[in-house]
Design a protein around this ligand. Structure first.
Ligand code: UDP
Length: 370
């Protein structure tokens, strides 16, 4: 059986890397990897760490790349690859433009499309942001759906997707994390040396990440105002913020937070450095999907800077709190976790609803039994 695994951004690469490596070791399959390069630098860092050399690279990242061109170029770029390799199965992940366009191309080729991290839903198709549309389109054209949780399976069943075509696997992000955390315990690299040179790791560390389009503009202004206030009120705390390379994020963050002593704006960290830093953190403030899934496995409470979420399992399990981009709410919940050690302890000892690190194994067994 021939597999083509396609991805383009950092989070997709992290979540597909363990699947790629496990498939490559399995002689029952011929597996090839195609990257679209929707992200470049951040994608390559991940490929490096997991030792993956793509068989095909569409290199589609350009300054001011827009969704029209990207979608068209992914579909057109995949055509010759699909026609020459002729995969039986095409794997896409999650909810990016690469996911949506690659799932359509896979469908055109006649391969069976396999959607990894299937069934997440906000059901807000009127949202101007593309993720929900991307994941729903991938869900429509996929033959097999690898749902991370029971809830995501239920979402798919409600859309009349048959139970036989869905497998609840857990999220592959946990497979990647468990494999990596043992490798990064004594990590020594440029990122870590540079962080250690300017940050006092005996202090409590708040780790911040943010990039979502829905928070661009006023959202990031509010977030920065909250971080500034938290930093000023808590000089005994260090805030570390690896800033996403998107100019809509870089600009306000650099303008509003550059000169505060205990806020450290750094470049996006390589995945191993980021896992190392999550481990060293006291709490995490983020709008990232992947980080909310990872952090509970490391016992770190997460405040999520979004108003709605397609990941309700974490909110229900109590491992994350939604704070939106409301400045006073971010400050209040952060302060509470800094001051109330009982609340902190109970939040950091909860079970992770996103899996046990065996998601890829389940996917491979399912495909091999077809
Ligand atoms: N991450 C990383 N370096 C960073 C920040 C995040 O490697 O500086 C990792 C993190 O561990 C997680 C993934 O990137 O697995 C999340 O990516 P992102 O927040 O860009 O996307 P989302 O998860 O929201 O789709």
């Amino acid at each position: 059986k021939k597999n083509l695994i396609i991805f383009g951004t950092r989070p997709e690469a992290i979540k597909m890397a363990p699947l790629v490596n496990q498939f490559l070791q399995d002689e029952r399959f011929e597996t090839k990897v195609c990257v679209t390069g929707q992200h470049r630098e951040m994608l390559d860092q991940v490929l490096n760490f997991f030792d993956i050399t793509p068989d095909y690279d569409l290199s589609l990242m350009k300054p001011n790349q827009n969704l029209y061109n990207l979608t068209g170029e992914v579909i057109a770029g995949l055509k010759p690859i699909l026609e020459s390799f002729k995969p039986d199965f095409v794997y896409v992940h999650g909810d990016t433009t690469t996911t949506m366009a690659a799932s359509i191309a896979g469908f055109y080729s006649g391969a069976k499309v396999c959607h990894v991290e299937a069934g997440l839903r906000t059901n807000n198709m009127l949202s101007p942001f593309p993720e929900e549309m991307n994941r729903q389109v991938a869900g429509r054209v996929a033959t097999y759906h690898f749902a991370p949780t029971i809830k995501s399976q239920e979402n798919l069943l409600k859309e009349n997707i048959t139970k036989e075509s869905i497998l609840v696997t857990g999220n592959t992000v946990i497979d990647a994390l468990l494999e990596s955390s043992s490798r990064v315990e004594d990590l020594e690299n440029e990122d870590v040396t540079s962080l250690k040179s300017k940050i006092d790791f005996d202090k409590r560390i708040i780790l911040v990440t943010g990039h979502r389009r829905e928070n661009h503009g006023q959202g990031f202004i509010n977030i920065c105002a909250a971080l500034k206030e938290i930093a000023l009120q808590n000089p005994d705390v260090e805030i570390i913020y690896p800033v996403h390379l998107n100019p809509n994020v870089l600009k306000p963050v650099n303008e509003l937070l550059a000169d505060i002593k205990n806020i450290h704006l750094v470049k996006p960290l390589s995945y191993p450095s980021f896992v190392w830093l999550m481990n060293k953190s006291y709490l995490i403030i983020t709008d990232s999907g992947g980080v909310q899934e990872e952090a509970p496995s490391l016992g770190k409470p997460v405040l999520v800077m979004r108003d709605t979420t397609e990941r309700p399992e974490a909110v229900e399990a109590g491992t994350v709190i939604l704070v939106g981009t409301n400045t006073s709410k971010i400050i209040k919940e952060t302060q509470e976790l800094l001051d109330n050690s009982d609340k902190y302890k109970s939040m950091s000892s909860l079970h992770n609803p996103y899996g046990d690190g065996k998601a890829c194994q389940r996917i491979i067994e399912f495909i091999s039994n077809l």
